[in-house]
Design a protein around this ligand. Structure first.
Ligand code: ADP
Ligand code: MG
Length: 692
C-alpha cells in the first residue's frame, strides 16, 4: 500500500503540499518526523517553567478595551489595542506597511474589536516598557487556539516562504490525530526500560505538543537516543562488514624502501610517530582492509607517517593515492615528497588540474598500467575515477576539509584497499566517534622535538607590523592574513588585494607576495614556491594558506579581523608558523567588542594545544548544531546534539555493543523493527549489505 500523500491531510491541499515537499515532507509520517527547531513557552506566567529547551516569548490573554489605528509615516501604519486581564493592562501593536490599494487591517479590526477575548504572542517593543507588546501572532480565545497555538508549550518549526508557523502547527495536529502512533516501536523493550526511555508513540506526541517541560525533555531524550543508537548500529555493522572482507593481497615488510628512507631522513621519528606507524603497519600487514583515522595537531608530523605507509605499499608492488583537499596543498606535498624521496627508486607523480594534455595522459596511463607507485593529487582523483592497476592504499590528508560527497565516493572505492584518513582538526572524542565511528583511530601526541610553542598575542595593527618588520629585518619570513580577497561590502573587514599597496609601504625594502583563492593555480604555485624558497619575504594571503603549508623560516603571522575567524581556523592558521627552530609569534589584530570574539582570542592566547582549542570551540559554539553535523550526509541527527548529548552517545555505543554481541545480524524477532528502521535510514547511505 503506498503511503498516503500529505496533500490529503486536513487543511493542506496541493499548493501547500508543494511547499512542504521543499522541506522534504511528502507524507503524514514524514511530517510527524519533521521536528521543531525549538519550543516556546506560551503558557501564562505562573504556569510556566524555565527550561533550556524553551525559547522565551511574551504571552497575554485579555479583553480588548479599545483599539485604534495610527499612521506614523507614509509607509507605516500601526494598529494598537489596549487589553486587560482584570489585573494588568497591556498595549499591543501590530505594525504594517501602509497600502493605498487595500485595507491592511481589515481582518484585524474584526478579530480585535472592543470586548473580544484574545491571546497575543510577541516581544516587548522596548525593554523598558514590558507592557507594550509588538504582536507576532494573535488568536481569538477558545479551545481551537488553545489546542495548538497558545496557553501551552508550542513547537516552532523550520519554515519556508509561504508556510506559516500557524499552518505547520495545525497540520501537525491533524497528522497526529489521523496518523499518530502508527510507527512501530523500534527500540527493544529491555533497552527502553534500562535507559528509562519513553515509548515511540509518546515521544512522537511529546516532541510536537508536550503538555509539560518534563514530557518534552523525555520525548527529546528518547528520540535523540534513538538517532544516536541507530547511527552507532550502522557504524558497528559497517565496521564488522568491512573487517569481514579480505584484501586481495597483503603487505609484507620488505624494507628495501623503508630502510633507506628512514636513514636519509634528517630526523628520528618521535615515539608517538613510531607507535602510530606500528598501528598502521599492523593493519596493512593483516588480511583485512585498513580503515584508520590519524589525528594529529598541525605540525605534529603526519606527512612522514603517511609517506611510510605509502612506501610499505610500494615495497609490495602496490600503488598508493595521496589526496589533499586543495591544489596548493597537493603541490606543496609534491615538493616535500620530492625532497624526501630523492634517490629512492619510487615512481611518483602529481596530478592537478594544471597538468594537461599529453602530460596528463601519460600520468593516467602510467597509473593504469602500474608504472607509478604514488599518485598525489586532490579529491578530483577519485571524482574523475582515476584507475590504478594495483591499488593498495588511499591516504586522505586534511579529512575535515573534504566534503560529504568525496567521503562517500572514497568509502565506495576504499572498501577493499587500505585507507588512511588524516585530520589536523583534533576532534573531541565524542565527535570523532560520531563522524568516524566506523574507523579505528590513531593519535599523534606532542610535537617533534625542538619545536617552540608559538607565542600568541592580541595587538594593534601598528604594533603587530612593528614586530613583523623586526622579524623580517633579521631574515625571517612573515604571513599577513586577511579575511577577504576583495571588498565585499561587509563593513570593517579588510581585503588582501586592497591592503596590498599599503603593505608595500609598510614593508618597504622586502619582496612581497600575494596568495588567494581566486588566483590561477599556476600563479599560486609560483608564489608558494617563491615563499618556500625565501624569495618572498612577506606573504599577504587569505585563509588559503590555512592547512599544510610548511615553511620553517616563517616566524610571524599577523591575522587581521581575527574576530571573524572561528577558533579552529585560527588554530590552523597559527600552525603555519612555529615550524622551525626559531621562536615564532602569532599576532591577532581583532575587534574585541563582541564577547564571543573576546573569548576566542583569549583562548588562542592562552593555549597552543589543539585538543583544548577544539573542546573550547565546541563549548563556545554551544548547543544547536556546532559543526553543521545535522546536515552532514553521513549522519542523520535531527534532535541529538553532540555537544550536549555526549553522555547519551556513550550509552548508545555501549548498548549497540551489547546488542550486536548477542545478535550480530539483528536476526532475533525482537530486533525485527530495529533492523527495518536501520536499513531504511542507513542501508543505502552506508552501503550496508543485507543483514542476515
Ligand atoms: P602535519 O602533521 O601538520 O602535516 P607535517 O607533516 O607537515 O605536519 O610536519 C611538520 C614539520 O615537522 C615538517 O617540517 C616535518 O619535516 C617536521 N617533522 C616531522 N616529524 C619530525 C620529527 N620526528 N622530528 C623533527 N621534525 C619532524
Ligand atoms: Mg599536513
Amino acid at each position: 500500500m503506498p503511503a498516503p500523500k500529505i496533500q490529503f491531510l486536513k487543511g493542506v491541499g496541493p499548493k501547500r503540499a508543494a511547499l512542504l515537499a521543499e522541506l522534504g515532507v511528502e507524507t503524514p509520517a514524514g511530517l510527524l518526523s519533521y521536528y521543531p527547531r525549538t519550543w516556546q513557552d506560551r503558557r501564562l506566567p505562573g504556569d510556566s517553567e524555565k527550561g533550556t529547551l524553551l525559547e522565551e516569548i511574551l504571552v497575554f490573554r485579555g479583553k480588548v478595551l479599545s483599539a485604534r489605528e495610527v499612521r506614523t509615516s507614509k509607509a507605516l501604519t500601526i494598529f494598537k489595542a489596549v487589553l486587560s486581564n482584570g489585573k494588568y493592562e497591556v498595549e499591543a501593536s501590530w505594525f504594517k506597511r501602509f497600502s493605498w490599494r487595500y485595507d491592511v487591517f481589515a481582518s484585524l479590526r474584526k478579530e480585535v474589536r472592543e470586548g473580544a477575548e484574545i491571546w497575543i504572542v510577541g516581544r516587548p517593543e522596548d525593554a523598558l516598557f514590558p507592557g507594550r507588546i509588538r504582536v507576532e501572532e494573535h488568536y481569538s480565545a477558545g479551545p481551537a487556539a488553545e489546542a495548538a497555538h497558545v496557553g501551552r508549550i508550542v513547537p516552532v518549526y523550520p519554515l519556508t516562504e509561504g508556510l506559516s508557523g500557524r499552518f505547520m502547527r495545525e497540520a501537525l495536529l491533524s497528522a497526529l490525530a489521523e496518523h499518530g502512533g502508527a510507527g512501530p516501536e523500534c527500540l527493544p523493550d529491555g533497552l527502553r526500560a534500562r535507559r528509562a526511555l519513553t515509548s515511540a508513540a509518546q515521544a512522537e506526541r511529546g516532541i510536537h505538543f508536550p503538555r509539560s517541560l518534563f514530557e518534552l525533555e523525555a520525548a527529546r531524550k528518547r528520540l535523540a537516543y534513538e538517532e544516536l543508537f541507530l547511527l552507532a548500529l550502522a557504524w558497528g555493522i559497517k565496521r564488522r562488514q568491512l573487517r569481514a572482507v579480505e584484501k586481495e593481497y597483503r603487505c609484507e615488510l620488505k624494507r628495501h624502501l623503508l630502510t633507506p628512507f628512514k636513514e636519509a631522513l634528517a630526523f628520528e621519528f618521535t615515539p608517538s610517530q613510531k607507535k602510530v606507524i606500528n598501528e598502521i603497519f599492523d593493519d596493512m600487514l593483516s588480511p583485512r582492509p585498513m580503515a584508520r583515522l590519524l589525528q594529529g595537531d598541525v605540525g605534529s608530523g603526519k606527512t612522514v607517517v603517511a609517506l611510510s605507509a605509502l612506501l610499505l605499499t610500494a615495497e609490495n608492488g602496490r600503488q598508493g593515492l595521496f589526496m589533499a583537499p586543495t591544489e596548493i596543498l597537493a603541490e606543496q606535498h609534491a615538493l616535500t615528497f620530492g625532497r624526501l624521496l630523492r634517490g629512492l627508486p619510487v615512481r611518483w607523480a602529481l596530478l592537478t588540474s594544471s597538468v594537461k594534455g599529453p602530460a596528463r595522459r601519460k600520468i593516467l596511463e602510467d597509473a593504469a598500467e602500474g608504472r607509478l607507485d604514488i599518485l598525489i593529487g586532490t579529491h578530483a582523483l577519485i571524482e574523475e575515477g582515476v584507475k590504478l592497476k594495483n591499488p593498495g592504499l588511499v591516504v586522505v590528508d586534511e579529512q575535515h576539509r573534504f566534503g560529504v560527497r568525496q567521503r562517500a565516493a572514497l568509502r565506495a572505492k576504499g572498501d577493499r584497499t587500505d585507507a588512511l584518513i588524516m585530520t589536523a582538526t583534533p576532534i573531541p572524542r565524542t565527535l570523532a566517534l560520531a563522524l568516524y565511528g566506523d574507523l579505528d583511530v590513531s593519535t599523534l601526541t606532542g610535537m617533534p622535538p625542538g619545536r617552540k610553542p608559538v607565542k600568541t598575542e592580541s595587538l594593534s595593527e601598528e604594533k603587530a607590523f612593528r614586530e613583523a618588520r623586526l622579524a623580517a629585518s633579521v631574515g625571517r619570513q612573515v604571513y599577513v592574513v586577511y579575511p577577504l580577497i576583495e571588498e565585499s561590502g561587509t563593513a570593517g573587514l579588510k581585503a588582501v588585494t586592497l591592503e596590498f599597496e599599503r603593505l608595500r609601504e609598510i614593508f618597504k625594502g622586502y619582496t612581497l607576495g600575494i596568495l588567494h583563492g581566486r588566483m590561477k593555480p599556476e600563479e599560486k604555485r609560483r608564489t608558494m614556491e617563491d615563499f618556500a624558497a625565501g624569495r618572498i619575504r612577506v606573504l599577504a594571503a587569505t585563509q588559503v594558506i590555512e592547512v599544510g603549508i610548511d615553511v620553517p623560516n616563517a616566524t610571524v603571522m599577523v591575522v587581521h579581523n581575527a574576530e571573524r575567524f572561528g577558533l579552529s581556523s585560527l588554530h590552523q592558521l597559527r600552525g603555519r608558523v612555529g615550524r622551525g627552530a626559531h621562536e615564532s609569534r602569532c599576532l591577532l589584530v581583532a575587534d574585541l567588542r563582541d564577547e564571543g570574539a573576546r573569548e576566542r582570542v583569549q583562548a588562542m592566547c592562552s593555549t597552543t594545544d589543539g585538543f583544548i582549542i577544539s573542546e573550547k570551540d565546541l563549548a563556545l559554539r554551544g548547543g544547536g548544531d556546532p559543526l553543521g553535523l545535522r546536515q552532514h550526509g553521513d549522519l542523520d541527527l535531527r534532535l541529538a546534539d553532540l555537544s550536549r548529548d555526549s553522555a547519551l552517545l556513550r550509552q548508545a555505543v555501549e548498548d549497540r555493543d551489547a546488542v550486536l554481541e548477542k545478535d550480530p545480524g539483528l536476526a532475533l524477532p525482537e530486533h525485527g523493527p530495529l533492523k527495518a528502521r536501520l536499513l531504511a535510514l542507513y542501508g543505502a547511505r552506508w552501503d550496508l549489505i543485507e543483514l542476515s
